[in-house]
Design a binder for this molecule. Structure first.
Ligand SMILES: Nc1nc2c(c(=O)[nH]1)N[C@@H](CN(C=O)c1ccc(C(=O)N[C@@H](CCC(=O)O)C(=O)O)cc1)CN2
Ligand SMILES: NCC(=O)N[C@@H]1O[C@H](COP(=O)([O-])[O-])[C@@H](O)[C@H]1O
Length: 203
């Protein structure tokens, strides 16, 4: 039985942009409802590399502490491992985070970092494949469908074990914006639940 007063798992969400997925994660885990509380999981920190990222305002709405990371320290220093561990973080969720996670962080949180990619990996992944660049490539190749991939993060972009995939149609008159909207709907529907299932499976 989880003591709802003290979450057993503290998550750090890493994001570089608007933060719609981060919002869904905070809604799902941090709301003051029995359904949310009984999960025993809490978004305890939002980490960003962009001081003007929309995700930081969303974190403030949910009274979640934030950490702005510095490129030098992230890639040449300890990748903020000490700060994350001292905060009690045991799981990391990437939600539109646009830097490559360094080996130091991956080793410190082995198997406990997940990412959501806005396409059906292994296609349309790798360096340069993020945000609308992904959707534009899918449309340019006249793919009949696209979707989302939730995967474990390893040292190579978009290469880790797949945890979940869902598909959606791509229409001939789609733009990157209309496809992104359809993809976001899938992300918001599935990411929080898959994160919960992954954390609980590791307990
Ligand atoms: N070690 C890992 N780090 C990250 C992964 C991963 O799988 N392993 N996933 C990415 C998220 N992502 C796709 O899902 C992704 C994000 C960004 C890029 C990219 O090409 N970034 C640019 C820099 C962009 C910028 O700084 O604005 C680059 O590296 O040149 C590719 C894939 C998160 N990290
Ligand atoms: N390759 C990484 C990548 O493209 N990630 C994508 O960034 C968006 C962030 O949206 P959000 O800031 O509204 O959550 C999401 O669509 C996510 O799949």
């Amino acid at each position: 039985m989880t003591n709802s007063a003290s979450p057993r798992t503290k998550i750090a969400v890493f994001a570089s942009g608007a933060g719609s997925n981060a919002r869904k994660l905070m809604e799902y885990f941090n709301s003051n409802t029995p359904a949310s509380q009984e999960k025993g999981i809490e978004v305890a920190l939002v980490v960003s590399n962009k001081i003007d990222a929309g995700v930081l305002q969303i974190a403030a709405e949910y009274q979640v502490p934030t950490l702005i990371i510095d490129k030098e320290k992230f890639f040449r220093g300890n990748a903020y491992v000490d700060e994350l561990k001292q905060t009690g973080i045991s799981f990391i969720v990437l939600a539109g985070f646009l830097w490559k996670v360094p080996a130091a962080l991956i080793q410190a949180f082995s198997g406990s970092i997940v990412n959501i990619h806005p396409a059906l990996l292994p296609k349309y992944g790798g360096k340069g494949m993020y945000g609308n660049f992904v959707h534009e490539s899918v449309i340019a190749n006249k793919e009949p469908e696209s979707g989302i991939t939730i995967h474990v993060v390893d040292e190579v972009y978009d290469n880790g074990v797949h945890l979940f995939q869902a598909t959606c149609p791509v229409f001939p008159d789609d733009t990157a914006a209309t496809l992104a909207q359809r993809i976001h709907k899938l992300e918001h529907e599935h990411y929080p639940r898959v994160v919960e299932e992954t954390i609980k499976a590791k307990r």
